[in-house]
Design a protein around this ligand. Structure first.
Ligand SMILES: [Zn+2]
Length: 474
């Protein structure tokens, strides 16, 4: 088992330690020569554990993965260990460094005149794009600052809605929350999140669904929820995953999507070792990045749905990610998730798979489990393109098509919500009426609040009664 090498600090320089790999000094580009990505078909958890030891870097990012397969970055020199153990595997990326070299050459080619979605964009460019949206859609788009990262970078986002006022004098419409880049190397998430926002705003006057969504809801977009990690991936640490927390004098980082409180601390789905790529941190919400996202979500009177964008594997994942136990309202998740993957296939011809955690891979302490577990709102993980040909180093030509996947998925999720189905059995019937009546009697509850004012009143009754008349969910 390879241990992380502790580094003697020279002249106060902070070093970087990737799990199971060497450590690196600031400003030094980490090289991945003689490394491949292999896809294993584990026979048992023992095979998974072996890969965790010799690689430490699982590329399939979350709780999913069709058929128990998983991808790991490995050195060529470690392949004999796999062969000796008889682990079934095949090489899916032959040369990791050449992929990164190709991306760098494209990224920093000064001779190309490109639109925003023709290339990946760094933190400053994304920030400028948000300012541009604010200027293009005055009164519709509002820039927000949620707080700062551990290195002090602002975690910014924006709110987007139409001028149609909230119903019944509510202070704010119900909120849909789109978050991306908890994992720093998953660049396609940033671009897909921004693509959804851009489509939503730019098609308002031509697309009835976009108009309905912006009239009914307020959207909150946080494109870069791990700005320090993102900065590292743009400055030589292309495959950095975690945040930038310094541990024992070394930037080791915490896996932000293992740092949320629901399911936190389970060793099935996270690690207590700071050298692990899935290090959960010293306590739930130990990291400022997860704290500020949580605090913002709590500040919203009525959160109805959220998507946490990741890559890769082309999956739509429901809760729970930390346990196999089925969530309340699974049939509603199944309806919504199936509609989403069907919509993606119809839109771009790309096959995504909907489901829960794979039997060998849980993820504990994730954002969607917290959103669902805490607010009861529909909370999904989307693992974007691809299925492993390029992995995290996805060519820029995939940005627009993957954004179209995300747009189809997001619109379908929202139009499929069926919020009056309070018990999430896919029917709006008498059992929901009983639940609505209880909330209505309690009044100061948001249990059946459809308008966004965190109370259940006559305005909500009108909305519920309309849905009740129609009986079934869309
Ligand atoms: Zn991820």
């Amino acid at each position: 088992m390879r241990k992380s090498v502790s580094v003697i600090l020279l002249a106060g320089a902070i070093s970087f330690g990737a799990a199971g790999q060497e450590t690196h000094s600031v400003g030094t580009a980490e090289k991945f020569d003689n490394q491949k990505v292999v896809r294993i078909s584990p026979r048992s958890i023992a095979d998974v554990n072996l890969l965790e030891q010799i690689s430490g870097d699982r590329w399939t990012c979350g709780a999913g993965g069709p058929n128990g397969e998983a991808d790991y970055r490995v050195r060529i020199s470690d392949l004999p260990l796999l062969n000796q153990a008889g682990v079934p595997y095949r090489v899916i990326i032959d040369d990791v460094q050449s992929l990164i070299d190709g991306e760098q050459a494209e990224l920093f080619n000064p001779f190309q005149d490109r639109g925003f979605f023709d290339a990946y964009q760094d933190y400053a460019a994304v920030s400028a794009y948000v300012d541009n949206l604010v200027a293009t859609y005055p009164g519709w788009v509002t820039r927000i600052s949620l707080g700062n990262s551990i290195q002090g970078r602002p975690i910014f986002g924006f709110r987007a809605t139409s001028p149609v006022p909230p119903i019944g004098g509510s202070p704010r419409k119900p909120v849909v929350f789109f978050n991306s880049l908890q994992h720093a190397r998953e660049w396609i998430g940033v671009m897909s999140n921004l693509y959804v926002a851009t489509q939503l705003l730019s098609t308002y006057s031509t697309n009835a669904a976009a108009r309905e969504m912006l009239d009914t809801y307020e959207f909150v977009f946080v494109p870069i929820s791990n700005p320090d990690g993102y900065n590292l991936t743009w400055t030589g640490q292309r495959l950095w995953r975690k945040n930038a927390r310094v541990i024992s004098g070394t930037v080791r980082g915490v896996d932000l999507n293992r740092n949320w409180s629901v399911g936190w601390g389970l060793s099935s789905g996270s690690s207590g070792s700071s050298t692990s790529e899935t290090y959960r941190g010293s306590a739930p919400f130990s990291e400022p990045e997860t704290q500020v996202l949580r605090d913002y979500a709590i500040s919203v009177p009525k959160l109805v749905a959220s998507i946490d964008f990741h890559s890769y594997s082309q999956l739509v994942l429901r809760p729970w990610t930390y346990q196999y136990t089925l969530p309340p309202g699974k049939v509603a998740f199944d309806r919504i998730g199936s509609a989403m993957v069907n919509a993606i296939a119809s839109s771009t011809g790309t096959q995504y798979t909907y489901g829960g955690p794979d039997i060998l891979y849980l993820a504990s302490g994730t954002a969607p489990d917290w959103f669902f577990g805490t607010t009861g709102s529909v909370a999904l993980t989307i693992e974007l393109r691809d299925t492993g040909q390029y992995g995290f180093v996805l060519p820029a030509s995939y940005i627009v098509p993957t954004g179209q996947d995300a747009w189809a998925a997001a619109t379908t999720m929202i139009t499929s919500l069926c919020r009056a189905d309070l018990n999430r059995d896919n029917f709006v019937d008498d059992s929901d009426f009983v639940l609505f009546a209880a909330a209505y009697d309690a009044f100061l509850t948001n249990a059946a609040d459809f308008t966004g004012d965190a109370i259940t009143d006559d305005y909500d009754f009108v909305i519920f009664a309309d849905a009740y008349d129609h009986f079934t969910c869309p």
